[in-house]
Design a protein around this ligand. Structure first.
Ligand SMILES: O=c1[nH]cnc2c1ncn2[C@H]1C[C@H](O)[C@@H](CO)O1
Ligand SMILES: [Zn+2]
Length: 335
């Protein structure tokens, strides 16, 4: 039997893949623009066009255009803290119990903040959000794939700063070229040596081999990984290694990772035993919520409650939670 939107909304959820800078509500964007002295459209519809992925998007790069609009507003600690808090309030509305919020510290230093100050501000907003909304969270730090190895290393080094808390894992984001992983081999080896949990965007709009390269260099989770549909002979390896795919239906359509809903490989992968999870990627840029993503999958694929609970369990198991967070949430997700 199909679950209603209300029932889907109320299921307890875990979200592993959500970008801070792509997930700030319109109301908070207005506050941030005002504080930054940046003029933005007064009409909501006009503003929406600036902060959501263009309908004409043909690629991941087109999809990423709205980030250029919002990043200038995210260059102070106050703005970053407000953005993080705002995101946790949205997660609450989706009955998310735990969320990993990712962002690229290097994209927030134009106003003079250090990388550490960026991270401190975001995690402060997350902590306030947890206090007010009872949603647990951690931050994931992204290097950008267009950055040099040396710049990405400055992000990796943040994990060694003892004063930073709730910083749980590393990612590489941005435009995806086939074979990109090899350009970051030295960085990723360091991430692995230091025992930093790793999820990498791969096989979103790039090839399936990117997914396999990412796994080889230590990623236990893959951002999107849609292209692995083209390499069924590798699914057994993913299952064996308990690799988890962080999929995001709306985003995957917008970036043209898939051409149409009928071809979304989520069900095929799930039925084969691959660990797939449901995420928003970017709530504002994709104009979605986690509940919307659940509704979409229920409509497209006819999933019932048991599937959603299994998927949430995969997310729980693959999360980069602290032992305390895991113990607190185990009853709800491991039944
Ligand atoms: O879906 C995505 N794929 C690759 N990169 C992305 C995606 N969504 C957001 N980003 C980029 C743009 C942001 O500025 C950056 C850090 O959150 O990550
Ligand atoms: Zn992403």
């Amino acid at each position: 039997m199909c679950l209603s939107r209300t029932e889907l909304n109320q299921l307890p959820k875990i979200e592993l893949h959500c970008h801070l800078d792509g997930s700030i509500s319109m109301a908070t964007i207005r506050v941030l623009a005002e504080k930054a002295g940046i003029s933005i459209p007064e009409a909501d519809e006009a503003l929406r066009l600036k902060i959501t992925a263009p309908e004409s998007a043909e690629s991941l790069l087109d999809y990423l255009a709205p980030f250029d609009f919002v990043l200038p507003m995210l260059q102070t600690q106050e703005a970053l803290e407000l953005a993080a808090y705002d995101l946790i309030s949205q997660a609450k509305a989706d009955h998310v119990r735990y969320i990993e919020v990712r962002f690229a510290p290097t994209l927030h230093t134009a106003g003079g903040l250090s990388l550490e100050q960026v991270v401190v501000a975001v995690t402060k907003g997350l902590a306030k959000g947890e206090a007010d909304f009872a949603v647990k969270s951690n931050a994931l730090l992204c290097g950008m794939r267009h950055e040099s190895v040396a710049t990405v290393m400055t992000v990796v080094d943040l994990f060694s700063k003892g004063e930073l808390t709730h910083v749980a894992g590393f990612d590489l984001a941005g435009g995806e070229a086939d074979g990109y992983v090899s350009g970051f081999t030295s960085v990723l080896e360091t991430v692995k040596e230091r025992g930093i949990p790793m999820t990498l965007h791969a096989g979103e709009c790039g090839c399936a081999q990117n997914v396999m390269d990412a796994i080889k260099l230590g990623a236990t989770r893959i951002g999107h990984g849609v292209a692995i549909k083209d390499m069924p002979d590798k699914w057994a390896e993913l299952i064996d290694k308990k690799i988890t795919l962080e999929m995001a239906p709306t985003s995957n359509i917008q970036t043209k990772a898939i051409d149409k809903a009928e071809n979304y490989p989520f069900k095929t992968l799930f039925d084969a035993g691959v660990r797939v999870t449901i995420n928003t990627d970017n709530r504002t840029v994709s104009d979605t919520t986690l509940t919307d993503e659940y509704v979409k999958l229920a409509d497209w694929l006819g999933f019932d409650e048991a599937v959603f609970r299994q998927v949430a369990r995969y997310a729980f198991e693959a999360s980069f939670m602290s032992p305390q967070q895991r113990a607190d949430l185990a009853d709800e997700f491991i039944k």
